[in-house]
Structures are given as structure tokens and as C-alpha cells.
Design a protein around this ligand. Structure first.
Ligand code: XUL
Ligand code: CO
Length: 434
């Protein structure tokens, strides 16, 4: 066992006036919002990699964290799992997420890595019998090891494609075994550094075939979770093929997978793509692709993926409003794909980072839900398009031609009258709730 977190108690909801650091002020899992428990709306997940595997490096310096489980042995990997489940208990976290490489030491061969992985997956399975935390999603790390430096599925070397396919099979098997609700593919190195050595057509074909194999395998093993792609425009590659939601949709259409695969949208990735988080969420919802979210922000000045815990209620409220409009999560949830700052060395920093983020999300969600339930915003939106309820306009859209429409414009002496978009009025309405 482990005393890493020493006497940090299990966090409970104590309300906004609590004087304790180790308490929730806004996140009451049992609070009913829109007729459903808050925990079941938000579906928080802890990301194993940032909390337990990341050593605290940045481009200018290496490890800052000194964790007793760092090191490449199975004993350390099990200690890491013990600490992780202890933290899940302290946070009362309903979910966690992991990559293969986060949880097991790399072996000398594929077979040895697989044996290590399977042993840890069994160790997780045993823990999950006595702990409440479930698996939100599993995924494969096809980007850290040097073999993936030129990509995984899109690698010019077929042996790397094969290695990647075998790795994804193992990770899908593990996800199914642990009852995971989704399987995520983030194409960290599926992109290029320079067009001078890159065949875009080939790489897209390889990526499309790879994803078809993933979907086939899902059906073969009877995995009933969702397959999710996580878009990101660049970093680590100069350009990544899963640039944003729109790009992923085009890719899925091209390979006939748009009803099989959804998206996991990350706040920081949306910003890197030049979008807002809520834009990506709204677009995914309108395309029928909305799956899950990685709720971590980027610093707006640094321009790279800083993976910070969320701290802004107004920003998160915009996001959750779109989640609510999309009908809420089904298999998805709110994964904190966030790391501590590298100076945050203490065990309590890990707990407080998550606790604060859960409170921010809860506040934001409740504000968004109140606005949605109030209905004014949705009524205003519907009213703006009300002209389309007129039978003549319904007919124009379904069976009009340029000829017939032109004839009607002339016959009725049509004279469109501009109307206010009422943006400030709606912003004022928004700010009454948030
Ligand atoms: C990287 C990122 C990943 C994925 C999972 O930017 O977000 O952690 O979420 O591979
Ligand atoms: Co992510």
C-alpha cells in the first residue's frame, strides 16, 4: 500500500462557505440538475498520464517531480496504480483514462511489453472490484517512443504500421476487459514535419485503412463503447491530419466511418486550431459526432499546449451549454487531460488541482443548465429563424429551384428587411446566469 497522500481525507461537498481546502464547494455529486445527478452529468475522469506518469519536464528542463513510483519495473508500476486508485478514492472520481505506456514498463520486445501491460490490466481489474472508479476510456500511446517519430498508422515504414495496429488491438482488448466506455485515438504524430519527404495521399489512405480496422475490431470483439478521434491541429507534428472537428468529419466521410466514430474534443486543441472550445462542441453536435471532452485549457499567451486545469467558470459555462444542447454525455465525460505546473511538487497539489477543476466545472455546468432551463436563449434563437416555418419557405428549401424562386421574388416584389441580431441583449442575458 501507499502513504503518498498521507492524511489527506476523502473530499466531500461542504458548500460555498466551507473553510477547508480539501472540500468541494460547488460539486455535490448528488445534487439534482435538470432532473439528473450532477455526477452523472459531468462524469469526471482523471488522466493517468499527466497525474502519475509525467515527470514535470518542459522544452527547457527535465524532471522536477520526484515520485516513489518512477522507474521501469513492474513493482513500481503497481505502486503507481496503488497511488492512482488512492487518489481516485480521495476525489471520489467516477472515471479514469490511460494509455498503455502510462501504466506498464516498456519491455525488450513487443511480447514483453504486452505481458507487462496485461499484468497491470489484471491488477486494475482487481482494484476495480473494491473501488468505485470506472474506465472512461483507454488509448494507445503511439507518439512517445522513437519508433513513432514519423507517425504510427501514417508511417512510411510498414513495420511501424503493424506495430501500431498490434498495440491498438492490445489497448482495445484492455479497454473492453475493464468495461471502458470509449476508446480514443489521438494522432499525435499522424502528420508531417515537412512536405519535402511526405506523400499526403498515401498517408491518408493508410490512416483510413487503419481506422477501418479499428472499427472492424470493435465489432468483432463486441466492444459496445464509442470509438473517438481527438482532433488537434499541430504539436508535436508541424501539421496533424486530425486538425479540427471539420477536418475529422471530412476524413470520416471519405472512409465511410462517419456513423462509426465520434470525437473527443479538447479545449486546448480547439484554441490551437484557431477555434473556441464551444465552436468545436457545437459543430460536432451539429454533425452528429459529439462524444466526449478533455477539459484542460491552454495559456492564451504561450501559444502551445500547456494542458492546465480549468479555472474559468465563464469559459467552461460556454462549453457546458453546448454539451447540454447536444443532449449531454452518453458514453463520454469530462476528462481532465491536465498537468500540474512543474513547480507544483507536493502530493496535495495533485488533489487540489482536481478538486478546484471539479468545482469550476460544477459551477459552470449549473449556470449553463439554469440558462438552458430558463429557455430564453433557445427561444431567441428559434425566433430568429422563425421565417423558415412559413410553408412557402419550407417548400423553397425542399423543392425550390433558382427559376421558381426568382419568379416568386419578382411576383411578390420581395423586399428583405434587416433585423437586429441582438447580440448584446443575448450577452446580457448570458451574464445574468454566469
Ligand atoms: C495530447 C492529448 C493526449 C490525448 C490522449 O495533446 O491531448 O493526451 O488526450 O492521447
Ligand atoms: Co487530450
Amino acid at each position: 500500500m501507499t502513504d503518498f497522500f498521507k492524511d489527506i481525507p476523502q473530499l466531500r461537498y461542504e458548500g460555498p462557505d466551507s473553510s477547508s481546502d480539501f472540500a468541494f464547494r460547488h460539486y455535490n455529486p448528488d445534487e439534482l440538475v435538470m432532473g439528473k445527478r450532477l455526477e452523472d452529468h459531468l462524469r469526471f475522469g482523471v488522466a493517468y498520464w499527466h497525474s502519475f506518469a509525467w515527470p514535470g519536464g518542459d522544452p527547457f528542463g527535465g524532471q522536477t517531480f520526484d515520485r516513489p513510483w518512477f522507474g521501469d519495473t513492474m513493482a513500481r508500476a503497481k505502486l503507481k496504480a496503488d497511488v492512482a486508485f488512492k487518489m481516485f478514492d480521495i476525489l471520489n472520481a467516477p472515471f479514469f483514462c490511460f494509455h498503455d505506456a502510462d501504466v506498464r514498463p516498456e519491455g525488450e520486445s513487443f511480447a514483453e511489453s504486452l505481458r507487462n501491460f496485461e499484468e497491470i490490466v489484471d491488477y486494475f481489474a482487481a482494484k476495480m472490484e473494491t473501488h468505485r472508479t470506472r474506465l472512461l476510456w483507454g488509448t494507445a500511446n503511439l507518439f512517445s517512443h522513437r519508433r513513432f517519430m514519423a507517425g504510427a498508422a501514417t508511417n512510411p515504414d510498414p513495420d511501424v504500421f503493424a506495430w501500431s495496429a498490434a498495440t491498438v488491438k492490445a489497448c482495445m482488448d484492455a479497454t473492453k476487459k475493464l468495461g471502458g466506455q470509449n476508446y480514443v485515438l489521438w494522432g499525435g504524430r499522424e502528420g508531417y514535419e515537412t512536405l519535402l519527404n511526405t506523400d499526403l495521399s498515401r498517408e491518408a489512405e493508410q490512416a483510413g485503412r487503419f481506422l477501418q480496422m479499428v472499427v472492424d475490431y470493435k465489432h468483432k470483439i463486441g466492444f459496445d463503447g464509442a470509438i473517438l478521434i481527438e482532433p488537434k491541429p499541430q504539436e508535436p507534428s508541424k501539421h496533424q491530419y486530425d486538425y479540427d472537428v471539420a477536418t475529422v468529419y471530412g476524413f470520416l466521410k471519405r472512409f465511410g466511418l462517419e456513423t462509426e466514430v465520434k470525437v473527443n474534443i479538447e479545449q486546448g486543441h480547439a484554441i490551437l486550431a484557431g477555434h473556441s472550445f464551444e465552436h468545436e462542441l457545437a459543430l460536432a453536435s451539429s454533425l452528429g459526432l459529439f462524444g466526449s471532452i478533455d477539459m484542460n485549457r491552454n495559456d492564451y499567451q504561450s501559444g502551445w499546449d500547456t494542458d492546465q486545469f480549468p479555472d474559468s467558470v465563464p469559459e467552461m459555462a460556454r462549453a457546458y451549454y453546448e454539451v447540454i444542447r447536444a443532449g449531454g454525455f452518453t458514453t463520454g465525460g469530462t476528462n481532465f487531460d491536465a498537468k500540474l505546473r512543474r513547480q507544483s511538487l507536493d502530493p496535495e497539489d495533485l488533489i487540489l488541482a482536481h478538486a478546484g477543476a471539479m468545482d469550476v466545472c460544477a459551477r459552470a455546468f449549473k449556470a449553463a443548465a439554469a440558462l438552458f432551463e430558463d429557455g430564453s436563449l433557445e427561444r431567441a434563437r428559434a425566433e430568429r429563424y422563425a421565417g423558415w416555418d412559413d410553408p412557402a419557405n419550407i417548400a423553397m428549401l425542399s423543392s425550390g429551384t433558382l427559376d421558381s424562386i426568382s419568379a416568386r421574388v419578382l411576383a411578390t416584389d420581395l423586399d428583405p428587411q434587416p433585423r437586429s441580431g441582438r447580440q448584446e441583449r443575448l450577452e446580457n442575458l448570458w451574464n445574468r446566469f454566469v
